[in-house]
Design a protein around this ligand. Structure first.
Ligand code: UDP
Length: 382
């Protein structure tokens, strides 16, 4: 499976959203460090501003930027646009392999586009399954489609590898690598330690909330839009009524999220509703916080590295390892349950200590190097 005679195999790494960019920038660097491959990057820019923040800190200059984000576009419109635009990129670049990540519409449509041209696909963060095609929606099906086409599956954990084996993926095609988010986290933490200026934008709010129990919040999941978001907002507002608690919440720009949070919490003195933070600032926020309240996939994986309890505002998770290790807990979008569990962690030192153990079920920071080695091997690169 090497490239055209005498040429280095061309590997095209594709992504489009903030979490994909965070988890793929270390892979791009590892492939380039490995050598012997012509590594290119194409972005759909399914998220525009959030993606650009990561490209900058991740030091990635895309070879192709399709700039496909449009306000209010439907899943059909975005899918169609990715499929037709991406086909041209593949025809133009003629890669020997495409690498996709995770479970976005970019992942699924780039995979299909590659399949139509019989270009092999490697799937990073393969094998995550909730078992429910409507939660997370549409991610569960996005990643199943990617999994059914890929010939190299980079599973972050043994559990993810087991899910692939149960779907009859041959074990020779599965690599248990760890999750590349831990590589990104370690690299960014080191950058911030070497240059604190990179994350100094939180200094003011950190001083203001210094003597309080600090809750860091993120919320953006599509299946929580509507009642779920309102319940999350009400729960946080209730928690922030306490004088000894403060909340820092970088609010996702999605129109189903921001207006709800601003209407419910805009005037509360103990709540800082911020613009989305770039990755170095968000890493600093996770380090500062006592407790993480989130519906994000990535934050569930990052939280345990900091030894911070994570309350997961979802009914199911495809990341059971944190729950099994006791560092994360599912609380759904039940207002009272969120308030009760967060209050317990804030007030009961024993309950807090039981969850606040630094633990890395998701990786050791070397996932990208393992992926680069496997790709090189698949293409006969010495
Ligand atoms: N993140 C960030 N800034 C923020 C909020 C989150 O850089 O203001 C990072 C976070 O550290 C994690 C990723 O974004 O790595 C998660 O993205 P998101 O929650 O949008 O998506 P998911 O992980 O649920 O797919």
């Amino acid at each position: 499976m090497s490239g055209a005679a005498g040429k280095e195999p061309r590997i095209l790494v594709c992504f489009g959203t903030r979490p994909e960019a965070i988890k793929m920038f270390p892979v791009v660097h590892a492939l380039r460090n490995r050598g012997g491959m012509d590594v290119r990057v194409a972005v759909t820019a399914q998220h525009r501003d959030l993606l650009d923040q990561v490209l900058e800190i991740g030091e990635i200059v895309p070879d192709v930027d399709l700039d496909l984000m449009r306000a209010g576009q439907t899943l059909d419109e975005l899918s169609a646009r990715i499929l037709t635009s991406f086909g041209k990129v593949l025809d133009d670049l003629q890669p020997d392999r495409v690498l996709v990540h995770g479970d976005t519409l970019t992942t699924m449509m780039v995979t299909l586009s590659s399949y139509f041209r019989k270009i092999p696909v490697g799937h990073v963060e393969a094998g995550l399954r909730s078992g429910n095609i409507y939660s997370p929606w549409p991610e569960e099906v996005n990643r199943k489609v990617a999994g059914s086409v890929s010939d190299l599956h980079f599973a972050p954990t043994q559990g993810a590898a087991d899910a692939l084996l149960a779907e009859n993926v041959p074990s020779s095609a599965i690599y248990v690598t760890g999750n590349t988010v831990i590589d990104a986290l370690f690299a960014t933490r080191a950058k911030v330690e070497a240059n604190p200026e990179l994350a100094s934008g939180l200094d003011e709010v950190a001083v203001r909330f210094a003597d309080k129990g600090l809750i860091a919040v993120t919320a953006h999941r599509r299946e929580n839009f509507g009642e779920g978001m309102q319940a999350i907002a009400d729960a946080i507002a209730t928690l922030a009524n306490r004088q000894d608690v403060a909340v820092i919440f970088p609010v996702h720009p999605n129109p189903n999220v921001r207006p709800v949070m601003e209407a419910t919490m805009g005037g509360l003195g103990n709540v800082a509703l911020l613009e989305p933070l770039d990755y170095p600032h968000f890493v600093r926020l996770m380090a500062m916080a006592d407790l993480l309240l989130t519906d994000s996939g990535g934050v569930q994986e990052e939280g345990p590295s900091f030894g911070k309890p994570v309350l997961v505002m979802r009914d199911t998770t495809e990341r059971p390892e944190g729950i099994e290790a006791g560092t994360a807990k599912l609380v759904g979008t039940d207002r009272d349950l969120i308030v009760r569990e967060a209050t317990r962690l804030l007030d009961d030192a024993q309950a807090y200590e039981a969850m606040a153990r630094a633990h890395n079920p998701y990786g050791d920071g070397k996932a990208s190097a393992r992926i680069a080695d496997a790709v090189a091997e698949a293409h006969g690169v010495a």
